[in-house]
Design a protein around this ligand. Structure first.
Ligand SMILES: C[C@H](CCC[C@@H](C)[C@H]1CC[C@H]2[C@@H]3[C@H](O)C[C@@H]4C[C@H](O)CC[C@]4(C)[C@H]3C[C@H](O)[C@]12C)C(=O)SCCNC(=O)CCNC(=O)[C@H](O)C(C)(C)COP(=O)(O)OP(=O)(O)OC[C@H]1O[C@@H](n2cnc3c(N)ncnc32)[C@H](O)[C@@H]1OP(=O)(O)O
Length: 407
């Protein structure tokens, strides 16, 4: 909880945190070949997770000018024009040797290319065909555009998020895109890979953000009758209604996060704040929560974040500083664990999670691939001859990599 000196994100944590001594050859997904079609946000994270844990991920990009790519760590890029039959034919040929194909388009796009699962799985019955969409492959919305906020809304979860008397509020695009989308898709792929070791067969995965976000939020559904959500939005224990589950501003304009739910931890919070339990209403008296929040807020506003950290550090009061990304990477606990890593361009990012004891992820420290940087290399690897590759260039199905063109 104690803070070390502040610094820029690009200055921090040490490379030694990456368990590189073990090498990429001992990772859990070693030997798995993945063809990922470039997408906006959920697909890229799903592919990055697979790459971090050892899969060989090849991203299929469009031709044309470079566009910003995030979450491309450890991937290679193959750029080609899928709208031309010759481009689609390249993918069909490559897919015969793939373990996993992951596509992020709205339902029906892959079929338009002639690259739907029926065709590709006929060529390669072991292929795991992962479809990561917003609304799923069937249903009246399956062909409609949407983003995280829309999927979260339809999952029912968005109605529960936000402060009292404000409109519902989506926590960045974390819940549907990344939790419900990327993570459930990656889970589906790993499950299908595991099952394939028994059956020898691939399968089609319909991962989608509406159902993924809903499933991620199963606790909400299954605790409906427990009284946890009986109040309007923003008035319940875990949605910013309770004084002991809230953030508070400190005298230096920073924040502390309080999550003192259990009575024994609540008592430590009250003690740390310099209050007396005997003079306060019962912890669970909902009608007193508003007043109690004011009391806590007044207290927190009297000291700096560092002063509060000193008071609560190492205690069970469940009080932590709200740190920014830069501070998270520099945080003493996080540094002890090596929770953040630095790539060769000095960019800091979270270490892949979870940590496996024998075969941990060994994320690449190299820069992200440029669009089409590995087109030729990949095609050669998959058996395309020099003549075939030249023909693809001549037909403008593929184009020289911008990297090579600039040299
Ligand atoms: C909230 C998040 C989204 C955050 C994304 C932001 C990070 C970025 C969004 C906008 C960006 C900015 C913007 O582009 C302007 C600048 C551009 C500049 O270059 C950079 C700076 C920018 C400011 C730029 C910065 C950032 O990048 C942005 C701010 C999310 O919620 S992500 C989740 C989205 N939803 C889903 O994934 C659900 C499933 N997918 C879909 O529903 C659709 O794919 C989607 C996302 C609605 C897009 O629909 P679209 O009609 O565009 O595509 P599809 O129907 O899926 O069809 C794909 C089409 O692409 C063609 N195609 C694909 N690959 C190839 C290829 N290799 N060759 C040829 N053609 C290809 C394919 O044929 C389809 O085209 P057609 O429809 O013509 O057949």
């Amino acid at each position: 909880m104690r803070e070390k000196s502040r610094g820029s994100l690009s200055r921090c944590p040490s490379r030694q945190q990456v368990p590189s001594v073990l090498g990429r050859s001992s990772m859990a997904l070693q030997g798995v070949r993945v063809l990922e079609f470039a997408g906006l946000a959920p697909g890229p994270l799903c592919g990055m997770i697979l790459a971090d844990f050892g899969a060989q991920v090849m991203r299929v990009d469009r031709l044309g000018p470079a566009t910003p790519t995030w979450m491309a760590r450890g991937k290679r890029s193959l750029a080609l024009d899928l709208k031309r039959p010759e481009g689609a034919a390249v993918i069909r040929r490559i897919s015969r040797q793939m373990d996993v194909l992951a596509e992020p388009f709205r339902s029906g796009v892959m079929e338009k290319f002639g690259l739907g699962p029926e065709i590709l799985r006929k060529d390669n019955p072991r292929l795991i065909y992962a479809r990561l969409s917003g609304f799923g492959q069937t249903g009246r919305l399956s062909k409609v555009a949407g983003h995280d906020i829309n999927f979260l809304a339809l999952s029912g979860v968005l109605s529960k998020l936000g402060r009292s008397s404000e409109t519902p509020y989506a926590p960045l695009n974390l819940l549907a895109d990344f939790g419900g989308g990327s993570l459930t898709c990656a889970l589906g792929i790993v499950l299908a890979l595991y099952e394939r070791t028994q059956s020898g067969k691939g399968q089609v995965i319909d991962a989608n953000m509406v159902e993924g976000a809903a499933y991620l939020s199963s606790f909400l559904w299954q605790s409906q009758n427990a009284g946890l959500w009986s109040q309007p939005r923003g008035k319940n224990m875990l949605d910013s209604g309770a004084p002991f589950y809230e953030t508070y501003r400190t005298s230096d304009g920073k924040f502390m996060a309080v999550g003192a739910i259990e009575p024994q931890f609540y008592a430590l919070l009250i003690n740390g704040l310099g209050l007396n339990c005997d003079e306060l209403p019962d912890q669970l008296s909902i009608s007193d929560w508003e007043e109690m929040k004011k009391k806590f807020a007044e207290k927190f506003a009297k000291k700096t974040q560092a002063e509060w950290c000193k008071i609560f550090d190492g205690t069970d009061a469940c009080v932590t500083p709200v740190v920014n990304l830069e501070e998270a990477a520099l945080n003493e606990h996080n540094q002890e664990r090596g929770s953040f890593i630095t790539d060769e361009d000095h960019n800091v990012s979270p270490r892949p999670a979870p940590l496996l004891s024998r075969t941990p992820a060994v994320p690449s420290t190299k820069r992200n691939p440029l669009k089409g940087e590995h087109t030729e290399e990949i095609l050669q690897e998959f058996g395309f001859s020099k003549e075939e590759i030249n023909q693809l260039y001549l037909d403008k199905i593929i184009e020289p990599s911008k990297l090579k063109a600039n040299l």
